[in-house]
Design a protein around this ligand. Structure first.
Ligand SMILES: NC(=O)c1ccc[n+]([C@@H]2O[C@H](COP(=O)([O-])OP(=O)(O)OC[C@H]3O[C@@H](n4cnc5c(N)ncnc54)[C@H](O)[C@@H]3O)[C@@H](O)[C@H]2O)c1
Length: 266
């Protein structure tokens, strides 16, 4: 049986670590050639060295227009086109409420999480139109349901969700699909860093089980398998979808959390 992404050309931003690295591994296993776009060159090089010539590292800052445009052009120069853009790079920290977020933090979250998605979609559009390709935005349930002390992060993800739906309407006629995948928690470095910032780090494990109706916090591979499906022809009639990959967290996100989270005033 032919692999689901046989000969497809993909750019995965934030592909050096976490969810992005799991998507890179899965896409390569499914037959794709993948440009690993990240600002972390050592980690990106190490990943590509494990995967062989179908994964190539490209240094990129997704918040920078020139840098992002160059990354898309690199994929086209290397492999003759672009079939899939995964806008995965994102930051969640600092995690705080509106009144505790300063202007620099606001701008950083908006630039890395939202401006980047606009830039990627804009620059990839002509290539995706030529290939009748697709975009997958790695969003968050925090942009659907809201999350305690993640006001600006949640706002950027909510905006990504709205952009996804609006672009799906515009791009249907070009044969381009665009979807958003919404996890709740996922065991990555970002989550582990946030956990260490909490006063009851051990209790966070119980908290993460509590917020997912299925009773556990997933590994990045459980997100990557859904990403591969959404970017394959098996999902060819799915566009504008905000796909929860969240263990049912939205059925009662962060309700009755068994631990106390960090107080930013203390
Ligand atoms: N981990 C979770 O619990 C979780 C939950 C919901 C949504 N998400 C979303 O999933 C995506 C990936 O998160 P993760 O947990 O895997 O993060 P991570 O911190 O483990 O990895 C993120 C990667 O993105 C790269 N990156 C960050 N800023 C960049 C920039 N400006 N330009 C290029 N690369 C950049 C980092 O170097 C890193 O390799 C994010 O968009 C995040 O918001 C994560």
């Amino acid at each position: 049986m032919e692999k689901r992404l046989h000969n497809k050309v993909a750019l995965v931003t934030g592909g050096a670590a976490g969810i992005g690295a799991a998507i890179v591994r899965r896409f390569v296993a499914e037959g794709a050639r993948v440009l690993v776009g990240d600002r972390d060159q050592p980690q990106g090089d190490a990943l590509c060295a494990q995967l062989g010539e179908t994964a190539v590292f490209q240094g990129v800052d997704v918040a920078d227009a020139i840098s992002f445009a160059a990354a898309i052009q690199r994929a086209v120069d290397l492999w003759g086109g672009l079939d899939i853009l995964v806008n995965n790079a994102g930051i969640a920290l600092p995690a705080s409420s509106v009144e505790d977020t300063n202007l620099d933090q606001f701008e950083q979250l908006v630039d890395v999480n939202l401006r980047s998605v606009f830039l990627g979609c804009k620059f990839a559009h002509p290539h995706l139109k030529a290939s009748r390709g697709c975009v997958l935005n790695i969003s968050s349930m925090a942009g659907v349901t809201g999350q305690e002390r993640h006001a600006i992060y949640g706002a950027t993800k909510g905006a990504v969700n709205a952009l996804t739906k609006c672009a799906a309407v515009d791009w249907g006629r070009d044969g381009i699909r665009i979807n958003a995948l919404c996890p709740a928690g996922v065991w990555t470095q970002t989550l582990r860093t946030w956990m260490k910032m909490q006063p009851d780090a051990e209790g966070i494990d119980a908290y993460l089980k509590q917020i997912h109706a299925l009773g556990y916090c997933p590994e990045p591979e459980e997100i990557a398998s859904v990403a591969a499906f959404l970017c394959s022809d098996e999902a060819k009639f799915i566009t504008g979808c905000l796909m929860p990959v969240s263990g049912g967290s939205e059925c009662g996100y962060n309700v009755h959390a068994p631990v106390t989270l960090a107080d930013p005033h203390s």
